[in-house]
Design a protein around this ligand. Structure first.
Ligand SMILES: *Cc1c(COP(=O)(O)O)cnc(C)c1O
Length: 412
């Protein structure tokens, strides 16, 4: 007999593909298999029509023109193309003519932003990695303070993938447009969940990904502004000149059809889904805090995505906690490196201590999360935390009111 599958609370890692998305994709595997670049026959035209329809669906989700959408393999590629492509195209020095230029990002961005920025550093660009405040929110003020005459690009994510905090992207956009600096945002966790309008919010480049919005894996889109200002990118791939020269390679027509459908479903269902998930997440946080002490919700209290909670539990060891909640599929505040468990660099950047970072859980709800699942998750977490604390001498001392920071620990 198959074991019962755990409750899925890891929607920030990936989402289940919506069956309506799969249904839309199916004909493009077997019957409508044309290459969208084939201009001489009906197979090609049919594929091209499908790709262009998906482009309209993707553009509509973010308030863009379909001509401003470039298909990618996901947000990692979109971020690389935006950051390296824009920096290399607009490279300039402090005198505005020679040299490389200055890029601003933040220390708690996704690796798919941090690593392209580090690549630019090795190429001679100057990169500022802003330290987030304890609440995790990057403000326009913080970006403004880091601006220099040779700043060419700002890359600030719309919402953080580990803690769900929402940065001041519209305000940063206005600032960038005033200074004629390009703004890229990794909006992978934001788009499809929250209303987005690249015109109103002054965004120049925006990446997102199919598999975080109930679409297929391996397909994404990059928005590239065409007017006020027209943004140009140096391509990463040389080849057939697809996607107006910005991304060569035969298009994944099937994946793109699924991506488009996923965008359409997000747009029509967004309001109801967001409200439902926010209520579930609030119940999760409120009940855990009511039934357990020394619980800390990480990140800003209000400026957060509706469906994502990152919670630290004092006086429990992270790995033991994960072992105790095997019926919940979620992420922890530990990242596996080659030999050891490292505390999350995102939580560390907010000043969360190593112990509380290790003992944190990221619980991310999604389209199929239910009330009953949230109840079961709360009960399991409370049981596991209480069980571990019952064996913890430190927790006993804490309960007796002893301030652990005053204890002189015996050296071994
Ligand atoms: C998942 C994620 C990515 C990576 O997206 P892929 O499509 O898997 O390459 C990048 N940034 C953020 C914020 C993410 O959540």
């Amino acid at each position: 007999m198959a074991a019962k599958r755990p409750i899925y609370m890891d929607n920030a890692s990936t989402t289940r593909c919506d069956p309506r998305v799969v249904e839309a994709m199916l004909p493009y595997f077997t019957e409508k298999y044309g290459n969208s670049s084939s201009r001489n026959h009906a197979f090609g035209w049919e594929a091209e029509d499908a790709v262009e329809h998906a482009r309209e669906q993707a553009a509509a989700l973010i308030g863009a023109n379909p001509k401003e959408i470039v298909w990618t393999s996901g947000a990692t590629e979109g971020n690389n193309l935006a950051i390296k492509g824009a920096a290399r195209m607009y490279a300039k020095g402090p005198d505005g003519t020679t040299g490389r230029g200055h890029v601003i990002t933040a220390a708690h961005e996704h690796k798919a932003v941090l690593d392209p920025c580090k690549r630019l550093q090795r190429e001679g660009f100057d990169v500022t990695f802003l330290d987030p405040p304890a609440d995790g929110v990057i403000t326009a003020k913080a970006v403004e303070a880091a601006m220099r005459p040779d700043t060419i690009l700002v890359s600030i994510m719309w919402a953080n993938n580990e803690i769900g905090t929402i940065n001041e992207v519209p305000e940063i956009g206005r600032l960038c447009h005033d200074r004629e600096v390009i703004l890229h945002t990794d909006a992978t966790q934001w788009v499809g969940k929250m209303p987005t309008d690249v015109e109103r919010d002054h965004v120049d480049l925006l990446s997102w990904s199919g598999h975080k919005i109930y679409g297929p894996k391996g397909v994404g889109a990059l928005y590239v502004r065409r007017r006020k200002p027209r943004v140009r990118l140096e391509a990463l791939l040389d080849g057939g000149g697809h996607e107006r020269g910005m991304r060569s390679g035969t298009l994944d027509v099937t994946g793109i059809v699924g991506f488009g459908k996923a965008c359409e479903l997000c747009k029509t269902g967004m309001d109801g889904e967001g409200a439902r998930l926010l209520a579930l997440r609030r119940r999760l946080e409120v009940e855990l805090a009511k039934r357990l002490d020394v619980v800390k919700v990480n990140g800003h209290a209000e400026r957060r995505l509706p469906h994502l909670a990152n919670i630290s539990f004092g006086f429990v060891e992270g790995e033991s906690l994960m072992m105790g909640i095997k019926n919940i599929a979620c992420s922890s505040g530990s990242a596996c490196t080659s030999a050891s468990l490292e505390p999350s660099y995102v939580l560390k950047s907010l000043g969360v201590g190593d112990d509380l970072a290790h003992s944190s859980l990221r619980l991310s709800l999604g389209r199929w999360s239910t009330d009953a699942e949230v109840t079961e998750a709360i009960d399991s977490i409370v049981k596991a935390v209480n069980h571990l604390r019952a064996m913890s001498p430190l927790y006993d001392l804490h309960r007796e009111g002893i301030d652990l920071s005053t204890i002189q620990w015996q050296a071994h």
